[in-house]
Design a protein around this ligand. Sequence first.
Ligand SMILES: [Zn+2]
Length: 251
Amino acid sequence: MVRSKFLQSLRLIVFIIFFCAFSQLYYSRNYNFTEDFELILGEVSNLPATWVGTNSVDKNIPILILAGHADSQGLAGAGTPGEAVDKFGLSPMHPEISDELFWNLKLQESIVKLGKKKGLNIRSYDPATRNIDDPNDPRTNWSVGRKFAKSGGYAIEIHFDAYGKYGVGSGLIPPFSESPNKIDESIAEIFGRFPVLYRGGLGAPRREIRILEIGKLEGLLEKNLRNLKTRQKTIQLISNEVVQAFINGTT
Ligand SMILES: [Zn+2]
């Protein structure tokens, strides 16, 4: 009797050990975070773009990071809801803003924080009011960015591109009339490039504000952002590449 009880407990213990080992393996497989930056980023723009950034940039150039769609959460121009919400019906990251803006803001904060740590003359701007109808209102991203660029600074707006056939992929859209510089080149070497006249010249580039499409909000990139176990690491990884591009592009 005692012996069979002992055997029973032993069986149970062995079962638990195996169960734990397997579930650990299962989860670590699912949450295996790959640091392969290009794999995480996904598709890169393959639109024909011939520009090369050759203008030198002073290493103390003021840099302004804007979060795309921070002032346009109305019906039009709110940014992509992302594949998870739009295609798979998952809950948005925040009830009042698009998933794109949610990630744009997270990345903006992280880039500025890391950039400051690395000695860059870098800052962010957030209009705080989430819907400003007139793009020329002085509080918008574009008005503040335009002013910043006009006074010799480097203004760049962060975006995530739409998923699937609706998006193009990662890449930098250079300013419309100013010729691209070495920071633009350095960013394009990592993220890819869009043509200067993309969609006939967008609102931001026409105001000499660069647009950086980090990547399509889908697949591995979106999964790694949404997963709490890999979120910080993913944001950190992207921020690091952006900040390094700034450093490499200045002299
Ligand atoms: Zn966008």
